[in-house]
Design a binder for this molecule. Structure first.
Ligand SMILES: Cc1cc2nc3c(=O)[nH]c(=O)nc-3n(C[C@H](O)[C@H](O)[C@H](O)COP(=O)(O)OP(=O)(O)OC[C@H]3O[C@@H](n4cnc5c(N)ncnc54)[C@H](O)[C@@H]3O)c2cc1C
Length: 457
């Protein structure tokens, strides 16, 4: 059936071959800033600390290897989406939210700039983003969203509607009925970005300890099995893994989106599909589809995900798990000509969702404790901005970034179980039901309205 390895590695990590772990923390050490988690958030924060204050001593503790988490497993959609945006537009924080959105556009370029400057070969292409409507109802729902973006001052050059023929010039999706296009988007090989960033920060004097799980976290000190890291600043950059840390079970809800990758497609298939510009593509479903043409000519595509009772974080996704069915089905729906193309990799991983679905960057100068995350599955670009903002907060740099509405944002705690499980299942079920209604030619109706009122989408 597939040549997927029996471990839950993403195509991206598998593509890098075996990784040699860096040394673990083996004794007690003292640094200025201790960062827990070597995903994008921790790595970008370390990067900008090292850029703006090379004398600051920074160490990262990673429980596995750099890029093991969502940063080594995502769809490589370096997109302009900031998941807090809907809650701020039109409200008292409107102007700062608009500024934040422009900073997101810039962050896509910043990632490309740093990748170039640090010789991080991560297949970065500033390719833009195309999300097609696959039903008339979906197209109808998208129009007011686009009109609202334009009413908020974004230009056709930021977001525009393309008719089906214009969509086809980028990527030919069987059921497309036009789509929302933005030039603000880049495709990356996510694991190469994470691993390259780890190398870049090391080159700038940051110490990355791997196989060094933080067991307890307090102001001024992080404890691992074999050593303690003392630091005046301690940052939690653990996103979907946050509930595993003591006392944080209700802080972040770990959802597990899943992806599959095909075998490399023959040239004839690509001649039919297109995507020669490597544009990020997907649909406008509430239960979103996200995909890219990989540098070696596969389709990597994601759809669906699960929450597991008790905020369990799972890594063990059997290749025949029904969790992968939606992603495999949508691949066939979008590109029927591919027939039963071989799927070579199937994987998933945890993302972090705060109770109000709003990402955050927080730092308390008095305790020295900080954190960032809750990106709701849009963390590739957002984590770059989060890292820059955390570095600003720690170094006392007075930048415009500190005025954005997600800075020092505090979300309420999630409900205890079983309410958390029931709530997550219900909201997710509403999203899927509203999408199905639209596919059958009806508007999303009550399920769509409930999902929108909870999620802002
Ligand atoms: C399948 C999938 C597809 C996605 N697709 C996209 C996409 O296309 N575009 C997009 O923008 N976003 C996407 N995302 C989300 C995006 O990948 C994340 O938002 C982003 O990578 C979060 O980065 P992070 O550094 O905050 O967290 P992570 O990358 O999860 O890093 C956290 C790190 O902390 C480590 N850790 C955990 N506990 C401890 C501990 N106790 N001690 C030490 N270390 C610890 C973990 O091992 C991990 O390496 C996707 C996510 C998944 C799972």
């Amino acid at each position: 059936m597939s040549d997927q390895p029996s471990h839950p590695q993403s195509f991206w990590l598998a593509d890098l071959g075996p990784l040699e772990a860096r040394p673990a923390l083996e004794s007690d050490e003292t640094v200025d800033v201790a960062i827990i988690g070597a995903g994008y958030t921790g790595l970008w924060t370390a990067y900008y600390l090292s850029v703006h204050s090379p004398e600051t001593k920074v160490a990262i503790l990673e429980s596995q290897v750099a890029g093991f988490g969502a940063s080594g497993r995502n769809g490589g959609w370096c997109s302009p989406n900031h998941e807090g945006m809907q809650g701020w537009l039109g409200g008292p924080k409107h102007d700062r939210a608009i500024a934040l959105q422009h900073a997101m556009f810039d962050a896509i370029d910043e990632i490309g700039r740093v990748a170039g400057a640090e010789a991080i070969d991560c297949d970065y292409v500033k390719s833009g983003l195309l999300q097609v409507a696959t039903s008339d109802a979906e197209r109808a729902r998208a129009q007011p969203i686009l009109a609202q973006l334009h009413a908020h001052g974004f230009k056709e050059d930021d977001y525009r509607w393309l008719d089906t023929a214009a969509c086809d010039e980028h990527v030919r999706i069987a059921s497309a009925r036009g789509g929302m296009h933005s030039p603000h988007g880049a495709t990356v090989q996510p694991a190469k970005l994470a691993r390259g960033l780890a190398r870049a920060v090391e080159g700038r004097g940051v110490t990355v300890y791997e196989n060094s799980a933080a067991r307890s976290v307090a102001a001024g000190e992080v404890t691992t099995d074999r050593g303690r890291l003392r630091a005046r600043v301690v940052l939690r950059c653990t996103e979907g893994y946050t509930p595993l840390l003591p006392g944080l079970k209700r802080k972040i809800l770990p959802m597990h989106p899943v992806m599959v990758a095909t075998a490399p497609l023959p040239d004839a298939a690509w001649a039919e599909i297109g995507a020669a510009d490597r544009i990020l593509f997907g649909d406008l479903h509430r239960n979103l589809t996200w995909a890219q043409r990989t540098a070696d000519g596969r389709i990597a595509i994601g759809k669906g995900g699960s929450y597991f009772y008790g905020s369990k974080v799972r890594e063990d996704f059997a290749p025949d798990s029904p969790m992968f069915a939606p992603a495999e089905q949508v691949l066939r729906d979008l590109f029927p000509s591919l027939g039963d193309i071989e799927i070579t990799h199937r994987w998933g991983g945890p993302i972090g969702i705060a109770r109000d679905m709003t990402p955050f960057v927080r730092f308390d100068a008095s305790s020295g404790m900080g954190a960032a995350g809750g990106y709701v599955g849009s963390g590739v670009t957002t984590s770059n901005l989060a890292g820059r903002t955390l570095a600003d907060l720690i170094l006392g740099r007075d930048t415009e970034r500190l005025t954005y509405p997600w800075v020092q944002h505090r979300s309420p705690a999630w409900e205890p179980e079983p309410l958390r499980w029931l709530g997550a299942r219900t909201v997710w079920g509403m999203a899927v039901a509203a999408d199905r209604a639209e596919e059958r030619g009806r508007a999303g109706g009550l399920s769509g309205a409930i999902f929108r009122s909870v999620s802002g989408h």
